[in-house]
Design a binder for this molecule. Structure first.
Ligand SMILES: C[S@@+](CC[C@H](N)C(=O)[O-])C[C@H]1O[C@@H](n2cnc3c(N)ncnc32)[C@H](O)[C@@H]1O
Length: 382
């Protein structure tokens, strides 16, 4: 981090050897002598601790002129405008200085710089506070570990912290998130007027799909019967019920933890009466929903192709709209869209008696990997 010279102030300080810094710091607090407005400064073997009343300090029993130097030192003001990531670095360094324990640049660099927020719970990246050095320092020291997470939580302004891990490569997208501070991973939050509920330690939440969730929620689905083939915790099901005003949504899902979260979310939004949760593998369950839908949502990556034909079978005989999620190379989006329409046309027109398949819109949701886009094709089948 760069030092902002505007924040440097001349401050009366006591210079103490690092080996006794923690003790002196504590005594200064007890005597109300610590100047909390400024940061403690690391100066080689010593630290400069800001003080408020030099005369009073000199009268204390433990103070003697031979052991301690008092002088004016340029100190940085604690900045209330610091962004939380900067606050974490400055408060953790200060904590280690007070403890008279060195902290390396590598450890400071390994502090969290970003996180996902769910109200009072922050999920930090897997590699944060997880370097070999951090693990060595925190090993078998519960009270130090607790203190470090307390400082980080305070800087981020949350009461719970969890650590991200790779999403499991299983079909049901289990979460591997582990709680670090606080026990429960249950969170409730509102996005674009829609309430969601989940246990972050059990299921994953794709916060990267926010724009698509909002776009789908803006579509008017008045009077429509909709099938969400990969409902999860209701990422799209709930916006379609709450914002798009779908008449009824059939939500297919096979993960019991997601189903529990979806039901809870539907209760919170008071839309349970317009929702049917269809439990099980959609390769089977979609077959029981033949001919009923005005719209289908196929929200699975990298490919939803396994459900294309089943989805066409679910449409009413008058047809409807299918939202197809796919991961596609940026340079191949146009070719893919043409092939997809041709494929759907072959089945819908040649085998199911529909008249026409047309591409209404291609939405580029996010970069999934370098050169690979998560896209959604809105396809009309009439
Ligand atoms: C990517 S997640 C949730 C997707 C959500 N639509 C999104 O894009 O954020 C996909 C969900 O589909 C469910 N799923 C995967 N394969 C399924 C299948 N064959 N039948 C039913 N649900 C399935 C998983 O359990 C998971 O909850």
């Amino acid at each position: 981090m760069t030092e902002d010279t505007n924040l440097q102030n001349d401050v009366f300080s006591i210079l103490v050897d690092k080996t006794i810094a923690s003790l002196i710091h504590q005594r200064l607090i007890e005597e109300n002598l610590l100047d909390y407005r400024f940061k403690i400064k690391d100066i080689g073997k010593q630290v400069a601790i800001p003080i408020v009343n030099l005369e009073y300090l000199k009268q204390l029993d433990w103070f003697d002129d031979d052991s301690f130097i008092t002088k004016i030192v340029k100190l940085e003001m604690k900045n209330s405008n610091q962004i939380p990531a900067e606050k974490i670095v400055s408060q953790i360094s200060e904590f280690f200085i007070q403890k008279s324990t060195p902290i390396s640049e590598e450890m400071l660099d390994n502090l969290p710089k970003k996180w996902e927020m769910f109200n009072d719970l922050a999920i930090i990246p897997n590699d944060s506070v997880n370097s070999l050095e951090w693990r060595r320092v925190l090993a078998n020291d519960e009270s130090l570990t607790k203190k470090i997470w307390e400082i980080i939580a305070e800087c981020i302004n949350v009461s719970r912290i969890a650590r991200q891990a790779e999403i499991a490569v299983d079909k049901i997208r289990s979460s591997q998130v582990k709680m670090i501070k606080g026990n429960s991973g249950e969170v409730e939050f509102v996005d674009n007027g829609v309430k969601f509920w989940l246990d972050v330690t059990k299921v994953m939440f794709s916060s990267g799909n926010v724009t698509e969730r909002h776009r789908i929620g803006e579509i008017n689905m008045d009077g429509e019967i909709v099938i969400d083939a990969f409902a999860g915790i209701g990422y799209y099901t709930l916006p379609m019920l709450v914002r798009s005003n779908a008449k009824h949504v059939y939500a297919c899902e096979m993960n019991p933890n997601s189903i529990m979260a979806l039901r809870h979310g539907a209760e919170l939004n008071q839309v349970l009466d317009r929702l049917t949760i269809v439990e099980g593998d959609n390769q089977e369950t979609l077959q029981s929903l033949t001919g009923i839908a005005d719209r289908l949502h196929l929200g699975i990556l990298p490919s939803s192709q396994s459900t294309w034909k089943l989805a066409i079978n679910c449409l009413k005989s008058t047809g409807g709209i299918i939202h197809i999620h796919m991961n596609v190379k940026e340079s191949e989006i146009e070719d893919f869209s043409d092939q997809c329409i041709a494929e759907l046309n072959k089945y819908a027109v040649n085998q199911c008696g529909f008249e026409n398949v047309s591409l209404q819109h291609v939405e580029k949701v996010k970069w999934y990997a370098p050169h690979i886009r998560h896209i959604v094709l809105d396809v009309a089948i009439r």
